[in-house]
Design a protein around this ligand. Sequence first.
Ligand code: DGL
Length: 286
Amino acid sequence: MQDRFTFATKLHSTEIARIGVFDSGVGGLTVLQEIYRQLPQESVLYFGDTARVPYGTRSATEILQFTRQTLEWMVAQQVKMAIMACNTSSALALETVRAEYDLPILGVILPGARTAARYGRRIGVIATPATVNSNAYLHAISEANPNAQVWQVACPEFVPIVENNRIAAPETLKIAQDYLQPLLDRSIDTLVYGCTHYPHLEPVFRQFVPPSIQFVNPAVAVVAAAAKELQVLGIQNRLRPLPTEFFVSGDPAQFTHIAAQWLPTVPAVRQISLSNTSVSEPLDIG
Ligand code: DGL
């Protein structure tokens, strides 16, 4: 018979802990959707740093600082794994924080780059300015397939468009065409969403991108990698999954309003402040 001690230990065991998923805003929902599809038995804690979105035009020091603050908080919430559902953090902070935290941490770039390198020879990457400047995709794709040609375009206007719910606005189509035209001119065969916000814009891209061009959403590959990692570590959830918990640093009502269009139910969103979370380096305000 199970005594109270065994039951308490089991309740706090790693298997039933949540997977932490984070992004600067609603972009990580494209990864959450993949978790619902590929890992429906898992419970998730989602954090969107909406008070500080966008990350993609910030310095590497700031991005590392924000990523550390989020991970500190997630560790305190006892997540069993963290998925950095943000390419910008993955490009600029993943390697550093992996060495700092005793937690499996997955980033989106390597899984996305490997998928692209498998399918494409002429690969276009659209991403935030910080991700493009890091050349993280360029290096990862070239390593996976030295014969692949890669072109990158920074699209700073896309994240504000998605966060402010302007996807269907008439000017968005024109902005998207202007960003993607240089890649279409290169006759790309593959287009990588190098920012997790961008799959939300797919209805816009579909209006003018030729159907022969393959879209690569790194969310698919990162969740497949997470599934493998959970299995290897023996920490898959074997009990009933809990409803996803949503937290943001900005306005919960705005997040709820925007996120509801992509989620099966209207999310209950709470606000937290990460500014008091202890971190190892000061912000670079220069
Ligand atoms: N969605 C994130 C990414 O994948 C961050 C975008 C931003 O905040 O600029 O890069």
